[in-house]
Design a binder for this molecule. Structure first.
Ligand code: NAP
Length: 334
């Protein structure tokens, strides 16, 4: 199936297909970290925009993004950066989405589409609403990432064969949503539309809670370190190393995720604690069948995840490959 875009016939999905025409004249990236930097890399590689401009707070970030070739130019002046842009991508911690929207608003053209990549959707919509024309704001979340941050963390093909969830709200113009969807498909992602509140519930269990567990288990292990006399680090191999990798994720980003998806996260923490207590009880009372059934059902779920093509294994090159052997560089489902 194909989509018609600006007179060009575009493939609906699939990674690194050559696009005959740029999808946008000028894309401005607000925030130049892992996610926006990775989008910029692929937009340039695939020729999806004529000009790329970036903005962030620190000169160091701007210089680094230019030196890495992520953008053609960068300025700390957000309103100047978005002038004449037909697409603006907010890629900042979700807690400052409103601040970023307010900063770009005076420079936006009437026809500019604004999208974002925040890991939380309901609260971001609320934060940007006072500053943007909401008909042209398309909330988005690429479910891909790593534990690294900043411009130097940006990598190519981060979004290939991954989901990008768009959560248009009642005011969003369908044509704006379609243009943003076309960009994500060009980056190799599969696009799904979802209600913002539903997105926040789904991600609370599939991404936010697992990150919380990782942060917590690493700290608990560290608290036990005195008692275990260095053995936590010595025998860290196994599963614990993976928890430390996830726990290395950016504290600002994750603080904002939890504070801005409070209701859904508190709900899943409650459910998780109930299930953990059931396991604790089964261990205490030697309920061997109950433990076995619980572990067996978890094993079956893992098989399903692998079948759905969303699991990765570590290989000696320190890159990560899809368990079903399709090449893939990204590591976290976030
Ligand atoms: P990142 O690598 O830490 O980059 C954040 C960028 O935002 C930096 O360029 C930073 O530069 C800039 N920034 C921070 N505060 C700002 C402010 N108040 N105003 C303007 N710019 C500001 O973060 P990221 O991992 O790309 O995450 C960006 C967004 O993507 C977040 O909303 C996150 O929830 C979402 N997301 C992340 C992942 C992931 O795996 N990391 C996956 C999917 C979605 P300066 O410090 O110089 O301003």
């Amino acid at each position: 199936m194909t989509l018609d875009h600006g007179g060009e016939t575009m493939p609906e999905s699939g990674p690194h297909r050559p696009y005959k025409a740029p999808l946008f004249r000028k894309i401005t990236f607000v925030g130049l970290g892992l996610i926006n930097g990775s989008i910029a890399r692929d937009v340039r590689r695939l020729g999806l925009a004529e000009r790329l401009v970036g903005t962030a707070r620190r000169t160091e970030t701007l210089d680094q993004a230019c030196a890495l070739g992520l953008v053609d130019e960068a300025t700390p002046n957000a309103a100047a950066a978005v002038r004449d842009a037909d697409l603006v991508v907010l890629g900042v911690p979700v807690g400052v989405s409103g601040e970023a929207a307010r900063a770009v608003a005076p420079g936006l053209s009437a026809d500019a589409i604004v999208t974002d990549v925040g890991s939380v959707k309901g609260k971001v919509i609320e934060l940007v609403a006072p500053y943007l024309d909401m008909r042209r704001f398309v909330p988005g979340h690429p479910v891909a990432g790593t534990e690294k941050s900043g411009p130097a963390a940006a990598i190519e093909r981060l979004f290939e064969n991954r989901w990008c969830i768009l959560t248009p709200h009642s005011a969003t113009d369908a044509a704006a949503t379609e243009r943003v969807a076309t960009l994500w498909r060009a980056l190799g992602s599969n696009v799904e539309l979802m209600e913002p509140a539903h997105h926040d519930k789904v991600l609370a269990i599939t991404s936010h809670l697992p990150h919380l567990l990782a942060f917590n288990i690493v700290n608990t292990a560290d608290d036990l370190e005195g008692v275990l006399k260095g053995e936590v680090l010595k025998y860290a191999a196994g599963g614990f190393t993976d928890f430390t990798r996830i726990a290395a994720s950016d504290p600002t980003m994750w603080r904002d995720v939890f504070l801005h998806n409070k209701v859904a996260v508190l709900e899943v923490i409650g459910r998780y604690i109930e299930d953990l207590i059931a396991l604790q009880r089964a261990i205490r009372w030697d309920e061997s069948d109950a433990l076995f059934e619980r572990f067996e059902s978890a094993q079956a779920i893992r098989r399903e995840v692998v079948r759905a093509g969303q699991a990765y294994k570590r290989v000696p090159s320190a890159r990560y490959h899809r368990v079903n052997d399709r090449r893939q560089l990204s590591r976290n489902l976030v």
